[in-house]
Design a protein around this ligand. Structure first.
Ligand SMILES: NC(=O)c1ccc[n+]([C@@H]2O[C@H](COP(=O)([O-])OP(=O)(O)OC[C@H]3O[C@@H](n4cnc5c(N)ncnc54)[C@H](OP(=O)(O)O)[C@@H]3O)[C@@H](O)[C@H]2O)c1
Length: 305
């Protein structure tokens, strides 16, 4: 990415650039709209139907944090120009098909930033686009695509951690911060990805298995939640990312009782689950390190059936 200018004529701390968003859904649609509103040119890469709708109507955002607004975006079924930055925001279940829409040569001089939950998508992206071209990242947000081009942003926060060399990622952090997204750069990718996965996996697996909210899970299935959090923390630590199970339990206890995981919302809507990217990845990592994870294994088996 270009270095931010510092001229009196352009008070913005970052240049206006072209950003691609592959998969403009709950996360990608919000990001695309915020970046467009901040003055960047945004190209959404989507299915033909969604791309038509986005070109015509833009993206409508309903958000307590950012207000209600409509943002104009460009949209296409494939990326047709080189870009400085490409966010990948499809679900893991759609990743392989979606990547066909972005040829490696078009991001060869830029950066690909996936915001998927899970850890194993990094390998697939790096195999296609190159190690240096892909920066690991996690997003903390609750945002739902209620119809093509319509995003309901429910959380009072939107935060991204970018993992990697600060000199390379600082301009991206400045760009996102300029669009209203609280962004920090952390050096250790393993810590960033596992902090999210070790917290998310117990929440997603238990709420989805029992079709219950977090409030119901933490009371009716507390022993199972505690055991699963301990398993996830052990695996995370073995992978090089020490986790704090007590803090995780305190965070679950602080959640609004009616909170649902996106995996549960997918199950309720009959959509494919990111079970393999979340539960499967946890089991595979446990297996690599010889850590028994009976609770996680049973829940993944139950949900796979
Ligand atoms: N939503 C959240 O609050 C949240 C929070 C943190 C992390 N995450 C993670 O972020 C990732 C994205 O989640 P999401 O909730 O934003 O998903 P989503 O709302 O389902 O959005 C995914 C988008 O991908 C598009 N897509 C699917 N297949 C495609 C293909 N072959 N080519 C191009 N586009 C395709 C869909 O497009 P169509 O509209 O054309 O079907 C949809 O707009 C997931 O890994 C999730 O776990 C989500």
């Amino acid at each position: 990415m270009p270095t931010p200018p510092a001229t009196p004529d352009d008070p913005a701390p970052y240049p206006r650039i072209t950003v691609a968003v592959l998969g403009p859904g709950g996360v990608g649609g919000l990001l695309a709209a915020l970046l467009s509103r901040a003055g960047h040119r945004v190209v959404c890469v989507a299915s033909a139907e969604t791309a038509d709708m986005l070109r015509r109507d833009g993206i409508r955002v309903h958000s307590g944090q950012f207000g209600d607004f409509t943002a104009r975006v460009d949209a296409d079924t494939e990326l047709r120009e080189p870009v400085d930055l490409c966010f990948v925001t499809v679900k893991h279940t759609a990743l392989d098909a979606a990547l066909e829409r972005v040829l490696p040569g078009l991001v060869a001089d830029g950066l690909v930033v996936p915001l998927l939950n899970g850890i194993e998508h990094l390998d697939a992206l790096r195999a296609r686009y190159g190690t240096r071209q892909v920066a690991a990242a996690v997003i903390r947000v609750e945002s739902t695509r209620t119809a093509p081009g319509v995003v309901e942003h429910g959380s009072p926060f939107t935060e991204i951690d970018l993992a990697g060399p600060p000199e390379r990622l600082a301009p991206v952090a400045a760009l996102l911060t300029g669009a209203g997204i609280r962004t920090r750069v952390v050096e250790d990718e393993t810590t960033a990805l596992w902090a999210k996965l070790a917290f998310l996996a117990p929440f997603a697996l238990l709420t989805t298995r029992y079709r219950l909210t977090i409030g119901e899970v933490r009371t009716a299935h507390r022993d199972e939640l505690t055991a699963l959090v301990a398993e996830a923390a052990q695996v995370s630590a073995a992978c090089g990312a020490p986790a704090d199970p007590e803090r995780a339990m305190a965070l679950y206890d602080a959640f609004p009782a009616g909170g649902k995981s996106s995996m549960l919302r997918d199950a309720e809507a009959g959509r494919p689950l990111e079970l393999d990217a979340i539960g499967g990845a946890l089991l595979r990592a446990a297996d690599r390190h010889g850590i028994p994870v009976p609770v996680a294994a049973r829940l993944v088996a139950d949900l796979s059936g």
